[in-house]
Design a binder for this molecule. Sequence first.
Ligand SMILES: C[S@@+](CC[C@H](N)C(=O)[O-])C[C@H]1O[C@@H](n2cnc3c(N)ncnc32)[C@H](O)[C@@H]1O
Length: 270
Amino acid sequence: MNYRHSFHAGNFADLVKHALVLWLVETLQARGPLTVLDTHAGAGLYDLSGDAARSKEAEAGVARLMSAEGRTPLMDALAARVAALNPDGGVRYYPGSPLLIADALAPGGRYLGFELNPPVRELLTQALSDRPNAEGREGDGYAMATAEAARARGPLVLIDPPFEKPDDYIRSAETALAVVRRDPAATVAVWTPLKDLETFDAFTRRLAGKAPVLVAEARLRPLTNPMKMNGCAMVVVNPPPGAEAAAAEICGWVADSLGDPGGRAEVWML
Ligand SMILES: C[S@@+](CC[C@H](N)C(=O)[O-])C[C@H]1O[C@@H](n2cnc3c(N)ncnc32)[C@H](O)[C@@H]1O
């Protein structure tokens, strides 16, 4: 396990994922208390003065979000969460999905995140220590979230792997399908990088025809160099009404504001 999200926290891909997850939480909990299961939770909270300052990814991502004028409402909602973590101004702290979700949940809602790496799981527990509605557990998130989803009603499941193992695409698709087969009221959101289209197409083909699937891509540059993360996508199985417009707003803002001139957003139903 070499992957360290602390280098990537607050980058453009986190902004796409977190803005859409915030919208999903707000929308799904309108029908009642929501359980959110996070297969790959990470540390929960990131100090951007460390690894992220070296990678400069947050500088090109959340720093630009916070200083941007004319943010759209859903990007504004994410910016408000970041501002709440930085009461003295600036952008030193950035929330991971655990903190972001725990703080967005209405009373009765519950967050359960899984993390395989023990030191990262300790950071996660620390980050959530004063959030009684939230818990971090150590272990394999694909298996543990699938088991936990079977005990919840209409949960939201976030699948956000590092994609450092060759089977992460297959396990993400299988987990998503297992969850919605068992509970058609569940919604599953999978984050993926966009490098070349062949890998991504193979992933979406695994889901096609098995459930309603929204694909939301933020392409920051043309996908001509497969060695680079040229963009990212959120693939939402069983998206709630309004998801297409929400994703278009988020991916559109990120591609237009943070991408190269050749960047663009693509949002469609499979
Ligand atoms: C991309 S990061 C998660 C970021 C987090 N979801 C967020 O948005 O703030 C991926 C995390 O998954 C962890 N991980 C890798 N394989 C895992 C597995 N099979 N189950 C649970 N966690 C895993 C890594 O240690 C890493 O912390």
